[in-house]
Design a protein around this ligand. Structure first.
Ligand SMILES: NC(=O)c1ccc[n+]([C@@H]2O[C@H](COP(=O)([O-])OP(=O)(O)OC[C@H]3O[C@@H](n4cnc5c(N)ncnc54)[C@H](O)[C@@H]3O)[C@@H](O)[C@H]2O)c1
Ligand SMILES: [Fe+2]
Length: 395
């Protein structure tokens, strides 16, 4: 068997209403001065209320940074870090979507290590100490609560990752009640992000292993089994719990078997056009999967019966085709916008998107099929309006 390593978050609590237990968790980590990192949407929806009240009641000092923006810009992370230092915080708690969690992970690291954000982009460069860290997701999408990754939007509108085991939190606290009010469009987009994590982990060229494979399969079953109900009937607790668990398992999988071209092509859409991360993924998903078919049909065929039981036992090429078709149907059922044009992207934007996607080398190396500038351009072109166009000179 091929040797492998597997890392994840050491402590997980999954329970409806779990926010009420945060004071115990925080106290056990020895903290007195907590910085809560969140965004105004999450706080405005009342999702931090229970935790804030419980922490205050337990006599803990609580500072709040609620200015996280989607696809967090570096400047926001630096401002939150300055607040953590000025408030002499000894623990960072985050309640929110991937944007808040990713911000909090870097705040906990930068406030304690005194490294500069610019110096730690990439894999394994954050090697210092961090403050204790507790993460509470409110979307069932990124799995950030169990990944060693933070994604930052740089001042030049690029999305760059910091990847380091130091970014895994001490505790991931999952409370499906916090996701009950997630609007259908966000439920769909973040849920598809999680499904892409599972699929790309399963087909990753590097570090795919028996544990990540099982996690990816289980994640895909939960997410595909619950996403339609969660979109249609957001108050369904069972569907919400299934989505939150599925997103976390997918996070554990891709934290160890990294994602690939869907994410590489999605990042420029998010960075340049502020399209939510899950939707950016959904917009290029079909194009990338069809592109990958010649190399990935065997692996897609293995996953196919999870989405379409009738695919079991079919020849690999046929089963893989059914897998792609089943995903396409799922995106349509969840009313995910189907084209780049629907999010305001035009023909003139395609060369820049393709050029920026090619910079995502950290991700592209994991793709089952090599992606060139011309390939990326062709995938974007098809995602715009279904048409093929002549490929311009690279760059
Ligand atoms: N660290 C990782 O491993 C990883 C993986 C994938 C994506 N990401 C990053 O995560 C970010 C995306 O995170 P996201 O998709 O969770 O979205 P998000 O955190 O950007 O949140 C999207 C919106 O949903 C709102 N929201 C969140 N929870 C809500 C709830 N329960 N009810 C109502 N509204 C709610 C927020 O206020 C926000 O307006 C991107 O920056 C992406 O690059 C990180
Ligand atoms: Fe993602």
């Amino acid at each position: 068997m091929t040797p492998f390593t597997f890392q994840t978050c050491p402590n997980i609590l999954f329970e409806a209403g779990a926010s009420a237990k945060l004071p115990e968790i925080v106290a056990a980590l020895g903290a007195r001065r907590v910085l809560l990192v969140t965004d105004r949407g999450v706080r405005g929806a009342g999702l931090t209320e229970r935790a804030e009240a419980a922490l205050a009641q337990a006599g803990l000092h609580l500072g709040v940074f609620d200015e996280v923006e989607a696809d967090p810009p570096a400047a926001v992370i630096e401002a939150a870090t300055a607040q953590a230092r000025a408030g002499e915080c000894d623990l960072v708690l985050s309640i929110g979507g991937g944007s808040a969690l990713d911000t909090a992970k870097l705040v906990a690291y930068l406030a304690r290590s005194h490294d500069r954000l610019d110096d730690i982009y990439g894999v394994g460069l954050a090697r210092g100490q961090r403050l204790p860290l507790v993460l509470v997701p409110t979307t069932a999408g990124t799995g950030s609560e169990v990944t060693p990754i933070s994604i930052v939007t740089t001042p030049t509108s690029e999305k760059r990752g910091v990847v380091s085991p130091r970014l895994l939190p001490d505790w991931a606290v999952l409370d499906p009640d916090l996701t009950l009010g997630l609007p259908p469009a966000v439920t769909a987009a973040t849920g598809i992000d999680a499904m892409v994590h599972a699929i790309e982990a399963y087909t990753s060229r590097h570090r795919k292993n028996p544990i990540s494979d099982q996690l990816a399969r289980q994640a895909l079953a939960l997410l595909a089994g619950h996403i339609r109900t969660a979109c249609r009937d957001g108050g369904n607790g069972e569907a919400r719990a299934g989505m939150l668990l599925g997103a976390m398992l997918a996070g554990m999988a891709f934290a160890n078997a990294p994602v690939a071209a869907v994410h590489a092509l999605a990042y420029p859409i998010g960075a340049l056009f502020h399209v939510p991360h899950g939707l950016s993924n959904a917009l290029v998903l079909m194009g990338v999967m069809r592109f990958n078919l010649p190399e990935a049909a065997g692996l897609y065929a293995e996953l196919a019966p999870i989405l379409d039981p009738a695919a079991a036992g079919l020849p690999p090429a046929e089963a893989a085709g059914r897998f792609v078709a089943a995903l396409d149907a799922l995106c349509r059922d969840c009313a995910v916008p189907a084209s780049l044009a629907a999010v305001g992207i035009g023909e003139a934007d395609l060369p820049r998107l393709a050029a920026d996607a090619m910079k995502q080398t950290r991700l592209l190396v994991n793709n089952p099929r090599e992606v060139t500038f011309a390939d990326a351009f062709a995938i974007y072109s098809e995602a715009l309006d279904g048409r093929a166009r002549p490929v311009p000179a690279a760059g």
